[in-house]
Design a protein around this ligand. Structure first.
Ligand code: GLN
Length: 202
């Protein structure tokens, strides 16, 4: 990273789920990671990861201290990356069952879409990211059913998007933090640097 670019400060929502693995992945990608448990901690961040876990449990926690509203306004201004349950939190339309969400990404998701037999899997998928196929770890994953034209699809499973980007917001229905490959986290860290540069130009 050039010296003129300072290390981005990226938070990981640490209510529940595999936030430690995300923090480690961010550090390996050249970002300064911090675990976020209170809305006031969002203030100095350049970006935020919403990890996997159980979206319903996370929502219940977010009802405290105005955390839901703080997160929503953060996500409207800065890069946020949601994985699995985090992707569900970011989606505008949540089904099976319907659930409240931050409504940042113009996508429709179906929770627990892969049924009991196929609910967890490790697959090698084609991706538009340079560097060849990507290992993807799915755990009781949601399925992205619909995306708006403004959504860029970076990888698919059986014709359904699994890694997407809309503006500065990213989502994956798999768990990139559980693989050794750091391409997905690197892409997110780069988008926080770009967003920062754009904010400074304003
Ligand atoms: N099934 C979970 C949900 O609906 C998501 C699973 C995950 O994050 N690994 O919130």
């Amino acid at each position: 990273m050039p010296e003129s670019q300072k290390m981005p400060r990226i938070g990981v929502l640490a209510i529940q789920g595999d936030y430690e693995a995300h923090a480690k992945a961010l550090e390996e990608t050249g970002a300064a990671a911090s675990l976020i448990r209170r809305p006031a901690q969002l203030e100095d961040l350049d970006g935020l990861i919403l990890p996997g876990g159980e979206s319903t449990t996370m929502l219940r926690f977010l009802d405290r201290e105005g955390f839901f509203d703080a997160l929503q306004s953060f996500a409207r201004q800065k890069p946020v990356f949601g994985t699995c349950a985090g992707a569900i939190l970011l989606a505008k339309d949540v089904r099976n069952p319907a659930q409240r969400s931050l409504a940042i990404l113009d996508i429709a998701v179906e929770r627990n879409a892969y049924g009991v037999q196929r609910d967890s899997a490790i697959l090698e998928l084609e991706t538009t990211l340079p560097g060849g196929p990507l290992e993807t770890v799915f755990i009781r994953a949601p399925r992205i059913l619909e995306v708006a034209p403004s959504v860029e699809v970076l990888a698919e499973r059986d014709g359904f998007p699994v890694l997407i980007r809309e503006g500065m917001t990213m989502a994956a229905t798999f768990h990139p933090e559980l693989s050794i490959d750091r391409r997905v986290h690197r892409l997110f860290v780069e988008s926080t640097l770009l967003a920062n540069a754009a904010i400074q130009l304003r």
